[in-house]
Ligand binder design. Sequence first.
Ligand SMILES: C[S@@+](CC[C@H](N)C(=O)[O-])C[C@H]1O[C@@H](n2cnc3c(N)ncnc32)[C@H](O)[C@@H]1O
Length: 252
Amino acid sequence: MIRKIYEWFLHPIARAVYKRYPGLYWWRRGQSYYNNRVLLPWERRAREDIARKVLSWHPSRVLEYGVGNGQLLKRVSEGDPALECHGVDISATQMKKASLLAPNARLSVSNITKLEYPDDYFDVVYGISVLMYIPQEKREQAFKELYRVCRGYLVAYELVPKYYDDAARKRYCEATDFRYDYDYEESLKQAGFEIVEVIKDPHSWSDYVIKEGALPFGLIIARKHKDKGSNGGGISAVVVERLSDRNDLLCL
Ligand SMILES: C[S@@+](CC[C@H](N)C(=O)[O-])C[C@H]1O[C@@H](n2cnc3c(N)ncnc32)[C@H](O)[C@@H]1O
């Protein structure tokens, strides 16, 4: 009975409230199992790869957007103790955990639609499973901000619905966590980024993971466009050369 009341009455109200105030949803979720969840082996390996990718460019200052409980931030900051690591998230509860996992990182509870950093501040801007949660009305502003603060590369690891068959796409769209199905590459391009590479993540794009019921991820690498008023990437030219040397990941 209580379950029915929740499903028919409270759930739609909760959804409407969370849709209007997504920070509240992530704040609540940050108090639940989600914060203490142990990563599955493929999730761990994917994060290790992304951290290696970010560090391979030898950046001096990086920003992780939507750090959540900090599992990736921890790997990036431990990978290079001299690196200035920053992280933002709208959820204070998740950031609390991130501050324990990555104590040297500079964290700020904020929305990616309004970042308190100067233009061209970060060599690399990166995130996991965050862009999928940006609703249409906020999207342009969010991507503009990521572009503004970035001076080199952007790495986005996201569920990419355009690679899914109908059944997987349906599962993606019917999830209860406010995901949106849109073209990340197009949004990045509109903000001024140049798409360098799009890859199906080999760790998640496996029969095993898909059979387990998880949706596989894609990795997008973009670069600040050289002609759009910045220096087009403050990282050295070595970075550009390394982009062609990517044996570790499968290309589409
Ligand atoms: C699925 S979780 C992923 C967390 C983390 N990146 C990870 O891989 O475990 C999505 C995260 O994005 C954050 N988030 C969602 N919308 C955001 C926004 N507009 N600005 C900043 N963070 C946001 C949420 O608070 C949450 O921590």
